[in-house]
Design a protein around this ligand. Structure first.
Ligand code: PSU
Ligand code: MN
Length: 315
């Protein structure tokens, strides 16, 4: 992608790559894309702004350039300055934007926090190979009747990017999500584990076929994907939260059951479901789940940075 994408007929650009990110991409230096929905809709204010900054620092500490992605004043920005990050973290006018919503928000010059789907799409467009988030979206537990399956899955099925996450959120039907990932051709490897992580917990109860133990191993798989042309869908690197940082199992299971019952009772639907359940966890655990959420995102940002470095080095 050129550093700015201008629509035809020309007007103001609809997408812009920050200078530092553009320079890194131009010389093949490591870059890590970061999503913004977890900042605006997943974490409570005002700490979310500081957390967003710490996520970028974790990427830099690993030796890569962070590119947080969001739509600001109708422009899809690949890499945010402090002012733009502040808008996303603090404004009440920020929509949760999946890939299908990008053009609507751009055309009406609004603000949008990008989900995994929208972030992966824009990152791939810009030529970024590695992306870090907390947990990707998936199949909801009531999907058989609600049809609620995150658009993250569809997008990852057709977007060539490596996504580092702590599995999928335990609010989802993890088994069904793993089946869907297989169907749509998304490769899944466990980082230091052969169990699929469950976001707040290191083990969702489901095994995965492939385990890797180093960033270089992931970079090797990325190179082989390109050579074999299986890099048109995503590679998920599932990085479990450390047991010491995880939410205690009993607390997790109790709060999850309460949250699912409450969502049902209140009748939360559509894109409000995930933010509602995350907020319930934060409130019902008196902030303990928030600490876990921040820890796992920072760990994923760091690992993504190391993978981007290994990939750039041609490992
Ligand atoms: N990871 C987090 N917190 C979040 C999310 C991920 O630690 O809030 C967001 C991501 O942006 C993901 C979204 O794309 O949750 C999934 O929303 P839905 O289930 O409505 O597709
Ligand atoms: Mn949904």
């Amino acid at each position: 992608m050129p550093d700015a994408i201008v629509p035809d007929p020309p007007s103001t650009p609809v997408a812009l790559i920050a200078p530092e990110v553009a320079e890194a991409l131009a010389v093949g230096a490591p870059v890590v894309a970061l999503e913004s929905t977890l900042i605006s809709h997943g974490l409570p204010r005002p700490d979310n702004l500081e957390v967003a900054a710490r996520i970028e620092i974790a990427v830099r500490a690993a030796g890569a350039v962070p590119a947080t992605i969001a739509v600001v004043d109708g422009i899809a920005r690949i890499g945010l300055d402090h002012e733009a990050l502040d808008v996303i973290a603090s404004s009440d006018e920020v929509a949760k934007v999946s890939a299908r919503d990008l053009a609507v928000v751009a055309a009406r010059k609004g603000h949008g926090a990008t989900t995994v789907a929208a972030t992966a799409h824009l990152a791939a467009l810009a030529g970024i190979k590695v992306f870090a988030t907390g947990g990707i979206g998936g199949v909801h537990r009531d999907a058989a009747s609600s049809w609620d399956e995150s658009a993250d899955l569809q997008t990852l099925g057709r977007t060539g990017i490596t996504v580092v996450c702590a599995g999928v959120k335990s609010i989802l039907d993890v088994g069904a999500t793993l089946e869907r990932l297989e169907t749509i051709g998304v490769a899944v490897v466990g980082y230091g584990t052969d169990r699929f992580p469950g976001f707040y917990r290191p083990d969702s109860g489901h095994p995965i076929d492939w385990r890797v133990d180093t960033p270089e191993e992931v970079a090797g798989i990325m190179a082989a994907r390109t050579a074999l042309a299986t890099d048109r869908s995503a590679l998920v690197v599932a990085n479990p939260v450390a047991e010491d940082d995880a939410l205690p199992a009993a607390m997790h299971d109790r709060v999850l059951a309460e949250g699912l019952a409450l969502a049902e009772k209140v009748g939360v639907r559509g894109k409000d479901v995930t933010p509602f359940l995350l907020a319930h966890f934060h409130q019902a655990t008196a902030g303990a789940s928030l600490v876990v959420n921040v820890d796992l995102v920072l760990a994923n940002a760091s690992l993504a940075g190391h993978i981007a470095v290994a990939h750039a080095a041609g490992a």
